[in-house]
Structure formats: C-alpha cells, structure tokens
Design a protein around this ligand. Structure first.
Ligand SMILES: Cc1ncc(COP(=O)(O)O)c(C=O)c1O
Length: 434
C-alpha cells in the first residue's frame, strides 16, 4: 500500500477515505480487482464512461500502437490525422448539422468551451449584448468556473463564491409528489420549461446568449426530463434567438440506447458536449459538437487569422484520438447502443423491484441510467446513502452515491444476470443499513 497522504483526492472525503482506502489494481469487462485481491462488479461503468467495459482489448491495443507511433503533436496550427478522423466520426453520429467538432480533455473543458463558443458567436453575429447564460438547478456541468456557474448543485458553488456574472437558473424537474417512481420520462412537469419565458422576460431576451441543460441530469441523481419538456426549451430558445446547449457528457454514445440524447428525444441542440464514453474512459478526452452554421459564421476575415482564441495543449491528443476511434469502432461492431436499448426494459424492471426496499422514496430510470433515492437520515443528509455504498462495496458491487440517491449506470455490456446481481446486492445493502 502506497503512502496516501500526499494526494489530495477530488470530490472525496479525504480523511475518511485514507482511513478506509479502496484501491483498484486492475479491471476487465464488468469487474475491478482491488489491490487486496477482491473482485468488484462495477455498476457505474467507472464513472459513466466505460460503456464497452473495462480494458477492452481493441482500445488497449489502439492506444499502445499510437503511443509507439506518435506521442504528441500540438493542435495549434498543426495536426495529426486521427484527430480529424474522430471529428468526422462524431459528426456522422450526431444529429444532422452538428458536424463541427472542438476537442477538449474533459467534460468540464467541453462545457466551458461550449459556453465560450456561444458567447463568441453572438459577438460575430452582431449581438454582443447577449452575455447571459442560463443553467438549471441541480445541473452538473463539471468543475470549471463556467460549469459551476451554470451548474446548480449548491455544494459545488458555495466554497468559491466568485462565479461568472449574469447567470440565472431554471427550476429543476424533480418533484417526488408528482413524479416519484416514474418509469422512463415522467408525465408531469413539461410546464416547468415555461419558466424560461419568465427568465427571458425578466432579463430581456436580447441579453441572453445560451441555455445549457443536461438532457437527463446525471450527477444530481438521474433526473429524467418530463415528456415534452426538452421540446419546449427548444421552441422557446428558437423564438428568442437563444442557443441551446445539451451537456451530453454522460448521455452521449450509448447510455440511452442511442448515439445521443438529442437523437433519443428527437430534439436538436445548437451545441452538444461529449466526453466520458468518447474514449471508453481509457484516455481523457472531451469534445463540443457545433452546428455548422455557427462554425461558418466564424470563418470570415483574413484567412491567416485565428478565428477562435481558445484551445488546449492536449486538444485532440493522439492517444485520446486513437482510443476514441477504437471505442467508436467497438460500439458499432458490437452493436452496443442497440444492446443498451434492448436491456433498458430489463434494467427498469429490476430497478423498480427495489421500490419496496427499506428507505426507498423514489426510483427513476431511462436507458441504462437509473437512481434509487433514499429517505435522508434526520439531520444527516447523504450519510445513509454513503453507508449503503459501503455495504454494497462489502458485498462486491460498486455503486455511486449522489446526495441521498444511489446511481446505477452499468456498462452497455452488462448481462441480465449481472443486472439482477446488482439490484439484489443493493437490496441487501439497504436492508443492512439503518
Ligand atoms: C453532464 C456533465 N457535464 C460535465 C461533467 C464534467 O466532466 P469531467 O469530470 O470530465 O470534467 C460531467 C461529469 O460527470 C457531467 O456529468
């Protein structure tokens, strides 16, 4: 066991972890192996990212080969073929017209990039007064200043205070008194999108640049959009010349049994972020898919002028690009999006069997993402869920807690038997915890 003291772990209770460490040694398919030799069934695809399962041999081989061929090439005024190939492949998977791709290294950078492109586009488009951004309560858009500003998870904001100015938030759509135990999209709640009209009226439409939402909120505990809700957001944005950004860091590339949530819901944003499953989690990479008309509007002025003053040293990194190409091949060749769609009803049924388990106050699901919400312990929010997380871990199943919800987001290679194993382990954990 290494010395654990130097590493300041992210989004972690460092002191508790370091006195109760769980370290992974290796992984394959649906399983991790810990340094002390325990096998864990991974019910969360790493962190919503390893959609083809861990250490897929084709992805591993592609990264190894690239590491020997090309370690690095700057993306500033230079390139390498694989980054262009990934862009092309992503454009082919996205809804028609979202065919220009800006590479980042993470979901957080993809979000900040999307927000910056939106702001810059209004400038080139002759409306520099459009500087406001609208997010949504309980939204998670990563940990950058842009992301936490439009994000709506209080705990992620209150330690920092100095956020982007001119940001407002839509209400979230989670209302257990109306939509608890919904299977798939709740029937109640589309009217909450009308609040966008109120925000627009309050701020003046000519000041608003973009609205950003996760089509299905992930990190706040899998909040599925009510029927008709996203369609309304789209329609209101259209009417007021506001760009709509879908943050699909979790939902893109198979999680809902489709290439994107935009495709799944039939609602097309102007910009879309992707990350996580883009490389199957093997190498960090994110991207923003941009409507071609937005890109074209930047392509004016002298040809030797930089059109967007933005980018990262590692944008389109060769190892990430190799991993992405291999991951996209695997998703296609193994038919994983269709597999996720076929498994979704099985997953839904297994999850909703937990409705009568102790402490459960809601069960929600869409595609292969689901959450079981627990009654918080009086005066100690989140603690019961953390105990359930540890109890499940002791039983050999890795789940994730977000607040008082337990999230389940298995790889798309999960079997029906493994789905049962996960939910049965979760039931036993719920029964063991007070
Ligand atoms: C919707 C969404 N956006 C952005 C992010 C941030 O991604 P990253 O952690 O790669 O920066 C996440 C991470 O979970 C996410 O779920």
């Amino acid at each position: 066991m290494p010395d654990l003291s130097a590493y300041w772990m992210p989004f972690t209770a460092n002191r508790y972890f370091k006195s109760h460490p769980v370290l992974m040694e290796s992984a394959a398919g649906m399983y991790y192996r810990t340094v002390d030799g325990r096998e864990l069934l991974d019910a969360i695809a790493g962190l919503w990212c390893c959609n083809a399962g861990h250490c897929h041999p084709r992805i591993t081989a592609a990264v190894q080969a690239q590491a020997e061929r090309l370690d690095y090439a700057t993306a500033f005024q230079l390139g390498h073929p694989d980054a262009f190939r990934v862009a092309d492949r992503l454009a082919a998977l996205a809804p028609a017209g979202l065919n220009r791709v800006f590479f980042t290294n993470s979901g957080s950078e993809a979000v900040d990039t999307a927000l910056k492109i939106a702001l810059a586009w209004h400038q080139v488009n002759g409306e520099p007064g459009r500087t406001r951004l609208i997010g949504r309560e309980r939204g998670y858009h990563g940990a950058g200043f842009g992301g936490i500003s439009v994000g709506g998870i209080d705990a992620n904001r209150r330690q920092f205070r100095a956020l982007l100015p001119g940001v407002d938030h839509l209400p979230h759509t989670h209302a257990p008194e109306h939509n608890a135990f919904s299977r798939g999209q709740p029937a109640w709640g589309a009217h909450l999108a009308d609040q966008l009209e109120e925000l627009i009226a309050r701020h003046d439409p000519a000041t608003i640049a973009a609205v950003i939402v996760e089509p299905v909120a992930g990190s706040a505990g899998v909040l599925v959009p009510p029927v008709g809700y996203l369609e309304k957001l789209r329609e209101i944005c259209n009417r007021h010349g506001i760009l709509l950004i879908f943050d699909e860091v979790i939902t893109a590339l198979g999680r809902l049994g489709a290439s994107s949530a935009a495709e799944f819901f039939g609602v097309r944003p102007d910009l879309m972020t992707v990350a996580k499953a883009l490389t199957n989690g093997a190498v960090p990479m994110g991207a923003v898919l941009v409507d071609q008309r937005i890109y074209d509007d930047f392509m004016h002025g002298p040809e030797r002028t930089i059109e967007l003053f933005h980018g990262y040293t590692y944008s389109g990194h060769p190892l990430a690009a190799a991993a992405a190409l291999a991951a996209l091949d695997v998703y296609a060749d193994e038919g994983l999006f269709a597999r996720a769609a076929a498994l979704a009803p099985v997953f839904e049924a297994a999850l909703h069997e937990l409705a009568d388990a102790p402490h459960v106050i809601d069960v929600r699901n869409l595609g292969l993402m689901g959450a079981v919400e627990l009654e918080p312990r009086p005066g100690a929010p989140t603690q019961r869920a953390l105990d359930v997380f540890r109890a499940a871990l002791d039983a050999g199943v890795l789940v994730r807690t977000t607040g008082d919800s337990i999230a389940l987001t298995p790889s798309l290679i999960v079997t029906e038997a493994q789905i049962q194993e996960i939910t049965h382990a979760l039931r036993r954990a719920l029964e063991r915890v007070d």
